[in-house]
Design a protein around this ligand. Structure first.
Ligand SMILES: Nc1ncnc2c1ncn2[C@@H]1O[C@H](COP(=O)(O)OP(=O)(O)OP(=O)(O)O)[C@@H](O)[C@H]1O
Ligand SMILES: [Mg+2]
Length: 366
C-alpha cells in the first residue's frame, strides 16, 4: 500500500491539446480519492498517467515515495479496473482471477489462497467454476474487481467501472466497492463523471474542469463550502440555483436585490464577509433544498420569495418545483404535501444561512 503524489503534472497530446494542465495532488495511504468532472476534463488522462499507460509531458508522479515517471506500468504495482473489463470468455471465474498471478509465476497454493479470499470478500465463491457468459453484469464487474484484488497492489485505479451497469445495479455495486475498500484498505483512485458516485464513495473528492483541479476536499466540505461557481453547480443534485443579484447596504445591513423586484436580507453573520461587495453585481447561489415551502405558521420568514411554478414533479419523498426568474431557471425541493400549483404564485423561504455569494467576474465563491 502506498501514498500517491502528483506534482505539477502536465499532459499535452499531439496537436497541442493540454488535457492536464499542471495538477498537484497528494493522496494518502489507504485513502479513497475520486476524480470527478465533466466529459473531457482530463480524469482518464490523469488516471492513465498514474498507471503508466500514458507518458507524462511534465511534472512528477510518485507512488510510495518513488518517482515512477520512467517505470513501466507492469512494474508500478497498481491494478486498474476499466469500464470495459473484458474477461476471458473461455476461462472460468477462478481462472480469470488467477490469470495475472499465474503469468507472474506465483506458487499455486498462494494463487488459490488469494483467489478464494477475493471471492469471499466479493461474495462470488459459488460462481468460481462458471464462465463469464453465465454471469450477470454485476457479477462480471465483481470478477473484474477480483482480478484487481488478488494482485494485492499498492494502488487500485478505477475508471468509470460501473457505467455499463443499469441504475439499480450501479447503486448496489457502489456499496460493494465501498465495503471492499473498508476491508482491504488499498489506496484507491476512482474516476467518474457522476457526482453522486463521487460523494458517496470518496474520502476526498477532486473536482476537475478543463484539465485543472477546481477543488479538493471531503464530500461534505465541497457541498457546504464550494470554492468556485463550477464546484457549487457540479456538486449536489438537483444543482444549485444561481440568480443574478445586486448587493446593497442600508444602515449597516446588507440586502440582496433579485430580479422581479424581490429582495432578501443577508444574515448578520455574513455581513463582514460580504461588505466589500456592497453596491456591486453578484450571483446569489441557493440550493434547491434550501428553497422550501414557507410555513404559514412561521411569521418570521426572513427571506420570502414569491415564485410561480412552471413545472411540478412529485418524487414521493419530496416534490420538485421549477420556476423561471427573468432568465434564471430555479428549482425548489418542496414538502410532498406542498400546496404548490402550476401557474399559482407560491411563497417560498430561502434559508439564507445556507446561501452562497459568487463574484461574477472571477466565478469564485465569496
Ligand atoms: N489520445 C489522445 N489524443 C489527443 N487528445 C486526446 C487523447 N486522449 C484524450 N484526449 C483529449 O484530452 C482531453 C481529456 O480527455 P480524458 O479522456 O482525460 O477526459 P475524461 O475526463 O476522462 O472524459 P470522459 O468523462 O468523457 O471519459 C479531451 O479533450 C480529449 O479529447
Ligand atoms: Mg474518461
Amino acid at each position: 500500500m502506498a501514498q500517491v503524489s502528483l506534482r505539477k503534472v502536465v499532459k499535452a497530446y499531439e496537436g497541442g491539446v493540454q488535457a492536464v494542465k499542471g495538477i498537484d495532488l497528494e493522496i494518502a495511504d489507504h485513502e479513497f480519492v475520486v476524480l470527478v468532472g465533466p466529459s473531457g476534463c482530463g480524469k482518464s488522462t490523469t488516471l492513465r498517467m498514474i498507471a503508466g499507460l500514458e507518458e507524462i509531458t511534465g511534472g512528477d508522479i510518485a507512488i510510495g515515495g518513488t518517482v515512477v515517471n520512467d517505470i513501466p506500468p507492469r512494474d508500478r504495482d497498481i491494478a486498474m479496473v476499466f469500464q470495459n473489463y473484458a474477461l476471458y470468455p473461455h476461462m472460468s471465474v477462478y481462472d480469470n482471477m488467477a490469470f495475472g498471478l499465474t503469468l507472474r509465476k506465483f506458487p499455486k497454493a498462494e494463487i488459490d489462497k488469494r483467489v478464494k479470499e477475493a471471492a469471499r470478500i466479493l461474495d462470488i465463491t459459488p460462481l468460481l467454476e462458471r464462465k463469464p457468459k453465465a454471469l450477470s453484469g454485476g457479477q462480471r464487474q465483481r470478477v473484474a474487481m477480483g482480478r484487481a484484488i488478488v494482485r494485492d497492489p499498492k494502488v487500485f485505479l478505477f475508471d468509470e467501472p460501473l457505467s455499463n451497469l443499469d441504475a439499480k445495479l450501479r447503486v448496489q455495486m457502489r456499496t460493494e466497492i465501498k465495503k471492499v475498500h473498508q476491508t482491504v484498505k488499498t489506496t484507491t483512485i476512482y474516476v467518474t463523471h457522476d457526482q453522486v458516485e463521487a460523494m458517496t464513495l470518496a474520502d476526498r473528492v477532486v473536482v476537475m474542469n478543463h484539465g485543472v483541479i477546481e477543488q479538493v476536499g471531503p464530500p461534505q466540505v465541497l457541498y457546504h463550502t464550494p470554492a468556485t461557481r463550477f464546484v457549487a453547480g457540479f456538486i449536489g443534485s438537483p444543482a444549485m440555483n444561481f440568480i443574478p443579484a445586486r448587493l446593497e447596504e442600508a444602515s449597516g445591513a446588507l440586502r440582496l436585490h433579485l430580479p422581479g423586484g424581490m429582495s432578501v436580507d443577508i444574515p448578520e453573520a455574513r455581513t463582514a464577509r460580504y461588505r466589500s461587495y456592497a453596491g456591486k453585481d453578484v450571483v446569489f447561489g441557493i440550493r434547491p433544498e434550501h428553497l422550501t415551502d414557507d410555513k404559514p405558521t412561521d411569521k418570521t420568514n426572513p427571506a420570502p420569495m414569491i415564485l410561480t411554478p412552471e413545472v411540478i414533479e412529485p418524487m414521493g419523498m419530496e416534490t420538485l418545483a421549477h420556476f423561471k426568474l427573468e432568465g434564471a431557471e430555479l428549482t425548489a425541493r418542496l414538502d410532498p404535501a406542498t400546496p404548490a400549483e402550476v401557474g399559482q404564485p407560491l411563497r417560498l423561504i430561502a434559508h439564507m444561512d445556507q446561501m452562497h455569494l459568487i463574484d461574477p467576474t472571477t466565478d469564485k465563491v465569496i
